[in-house]
Design a binder for this molecule. Structure first.
Ligand SMILES: [Zn+2]
Ligand SMILES: [Zn+2]
Length: 419
């Protein structure tokens, strides 16, 4: 079997990994923030099946491109389908708004939906002799670890792809399930460091938010629409701040899609109550109203590249504070804000005078959990993807030192596995 890397090799973004043997299976088909799609040196071969690990665009954003040229079943959970649909529809709208030619049309999204096979966790599907099963990845709603078995292979017949996963539980998610493997394809986002203790971090965040409100300012919390948005919404509710929380942007729609999803989430009742108790921004007038009293505004975009968050920044009073809650990719407004206290607003490089604080509410496994997962999954071969060049190389090298056959492939690489 060959494992071919079309994306997410020594990079984060456009995940696209193909298992190429008697069947061809694509694991994820994402897009990079700057719009880069997966790369293939030759014409894309006919794919027998596509598996989507979870809804984030770096794993799903290029799916409609595949449906331009071919039809194949796509496997994933029910939440993944509704969230991907939401994001893909939105990306067509954004392209229109920015007067960019859309990369795909609605009919390609429809083709994807029509070929989608809903896979609850732990149920197995059989296609052409290959067996597929999904497990909870603990990352966001519907996120899955994929297990594929090839009964025909003499050895190394169990392939596991982690997608993005978090071993430690979050408010709304149980930790990732352990899945045994012969070949493990694993994310490496945080192969270089551990995250701070979540409880301590949450306490500090809430104190900081309260202090901002007490001073008469607005606590502006940009967050990713799927995952982080709902975690923070529930945290604010659990700490008695729901009535002072205003929710805007894509987080609103995504939250509804998640509550309607079939996949188990932890503390679903808390999420429901936080929806009922917090304030939902529906119009420009609501936005103005939210700014008249000291309040918490939870809104997209998480990296401050577009979305209602920019509108708010222009209008905040001087006592306000910005709370970053996730990784800020290079080249984004969020990264510029941290490094230079500047942002692009209305195509103008603007100085930002408000204090900015970063809180690491990551939905990825930290270093120690990544290594532990590999050891317990006990594969022969490990393929480290979805991380910076340094992190994937470091991860693979350390694993080789522990006796694993480990790789950190680049985009375009092909790894040959004898079976
Ligand atoms: Zn993700
Ligand atoms: Zn990802």
């Amino acid at each position: 079997m060959n494992i071919r890397i079309f994306g997410a090799g020594q990079e984060v973004g456009r995940s696209a990994i193909m298992l190429d043997a008697e069947k061809k299976v694509m694991l994820d088909y994402g897009v990079k923030l700057e719009g880069n799609t997966p790369e293939y040196p030759v014409a894309m071969p006919k794919i027998d099946a596509l598996v989507i690990s979870h809804a984030h665009l770096d794993h799903s954003g290029s799916i409609p491109l595949l449906y331009k040229n071919m039809r194949m079943p796509t496997f994933g959970t029910s939440s993944t389908l509704s969230l991907v649909n939401l994001l893909l529809e939105d990306s067509i709208k954004i392209a229109k708004k920015e007067h960019l030619p859309p990369k795909f049309q609605k009919r390609h999204i429809r083709a994807f939906i029509n070929n989608y096979i809903n896979m609850p966790y732990h149920r197995s599907a059989d296609f052409g002799g290959w067996k597929l099963k999904l497990f909870d990845a603990g990352h966001i709603s519907g996120s899955a670890i994929t297990q594929i078995e090839r009964p025909k292979a003499k050895s190394f017949n169990k392939i596991v792809y982690t997608g993005d996963f978090k071993v430690e539980p979050q408010i709304l998610h149980y930790g990732a399930e352990m899945v045994k493997s012969d070949i493990l394809i694993i994310e490496s986002t945080y192969a270089d460091r551990d995250h701070p203790d979540r409880e301590t971090l949450s306490n500090k965040f809430i104190e900081d938010v309260k202090e901002t409100l007490d001073n008469g300012g607005t606590a502006l919390v940009p967050a990713f629409a799927i995952g982080r948005g709902q975690e923070l919404l529930t945290l604010l509710y659990e700490r008695g701040l729901a009535d002072r929380t205003y929710v805007d942007g894509m987080i609103r729609k995504a939250t509804h899609a998640i509550t309607e999803g079939e996949e188990r989430i932890r503390n679903a009742a808390s999420l429901d109550k936080s929806i009922a108790k917090s304030n939902w921004i529906e119009s420009r007038d609501d936005r103005e109203a939210a700014l008249t009293t000291p309040s918490i505004i939870l809104t997209t975009a998480g990296m401050l590249n577009g979305g209602p968050v920019l509108d708010y920044i222009k209008k905040l009073n001087k006592k306000s504070k910005i709370f970053l809650t996730g990784y800020q990719v290079e080249g984004t407004n969020g990264r510029m804000l941290i490094e230079q206290k500047k942002m692009m607003i209305d195509e103008q490089l603007t100085d930002i005078k408000f204090p900015v604080e970063t809180y690491d509410f990551s939905a990825h496994s930290g270093k120690e959990d990544l290594y532990k997962y590999v050891r317990e999954s006990a594969p022969n071969t490990v393929i480290c993807v979805h991380g910076s060049e340094e992190n994937t190389k470091l991860f693979a090298e350390t694993l080789r030192g522990e006796g694993f056959d480990a790789y950190a492939p680049k985009v375009g690489d092909k790894i040959e596995i004898k079976d």
